[in-house]
Write a protein that binds this ligand. Structure first.
Ligand SMILES: O=c1[nH]c(=O)c2ncn([C@@H]3O[C@H](COP(=O)(O)OP(=O)(O)OP(=O)(O)O)[C@@H](O)[C@H]3O)c2[nH]1
Ligand SMILES: [Mg+2]
Length: 202
């Protein structure tokens, strides 16, 4: 079985592939589809943007599609970068630039006020069926400098106190057990299962 994930982010696509591996599902991302459009993320919430991406691509291709809209919310920055996480330092800036901006903004913020969470909304859009939407969160703290080289995005500056490591110091199997994306995906699988049970009733 193949599932299309409406993302151009290679880090996300890899994590989905890994999380679906033991189910025998192959994940395709928009990087495989020539000329696939950039869906404009005009929503103000993660859920709105996930629905926008999933429904636009599902309507265009007439197939079921999962989309992920995710980001980092930092309490001391009133929830920023939030839905702007991918473009926090500017549209064409890199993960490095985004991390640098966050670290600079938090320079004078005390260690006990650096709480943050990663948030992931997943939308599953299907032709002629209601779109399913779920959300997962993972709590941590923002470090003062990068640690580790796994993962993507802000992982090197996101510290998990309960594991005493940064997200970028976790092996992919470990991240894919505790991450915002893993938690959201578990919820989505549950919803799909419940739905199947409903449909299977005589
Ligand atoms: O360290 C991180 N570990 C993660 O696990 C993670 N998940 C999301 N993020 C950040 O949030 C943006 C999403 O923005 P986003 O949902 O719009 O995705 P994107 O624009 O990169 O790709 P697409 O899916 O829209 O095509 C990303 O670029 C990252 O900066 C993460 N950072
Ligand atoms: Mg995006």
């Amino acid at each position: 079985m193949k599932i299309l994930v409406a993302t151009k982010n290679k880090g996300k696509a890899k994590e989905f592939q890994s999380m679906f591996e033991n189910l025998g599902v192959e994940i395709l991302s928009l990087n495989y589809i020539e000329g696939s459009p950039d869906v404009e993320e005009t929503g103000v919430t993660f859920e709105e943007n996930a629905i926008l991406k999933a429904e636009t691509i599902s309507n265009q291709m007439n197939i079921p599609v999962i989309a992920d809209d995710s980001g980092l919310e930092i309490n001391a920055l009133e929830g920023r970068p939030g839905v702007y996480s991918a473009r926090y330092a500017g549209i064409h800036k890199s993960d490095e630039d985004n991390m640098k901006k966050v670290l600079e903004e938090l320079q004078d913020v005390e260690d006990n006020n650096r709480d943050a969470q990663f948030v992931c909304a997943l939308a599953f859009a299907r032709p002629q069926k209601e779109t399913l939407v779920v959300k997962g969160e993972c709590k941590g703290q923002i470090l003062r400098e990068k640690r580790g080289s796994e993962g993507f995005g802000y992982d090197p500056i996101f510290f998990l106190p309960q594991l005493n490591r940064s997200m970028a110091e976790l092996a992919k199997e470990e991240k894919n057990k505790i991450s915002h994306r893993a938690i959201a995906l578990e919820k989505l699988k549950k919803l799909i299962n419940e739905e199947d049970l409903l449909w299977e009733k005589p």
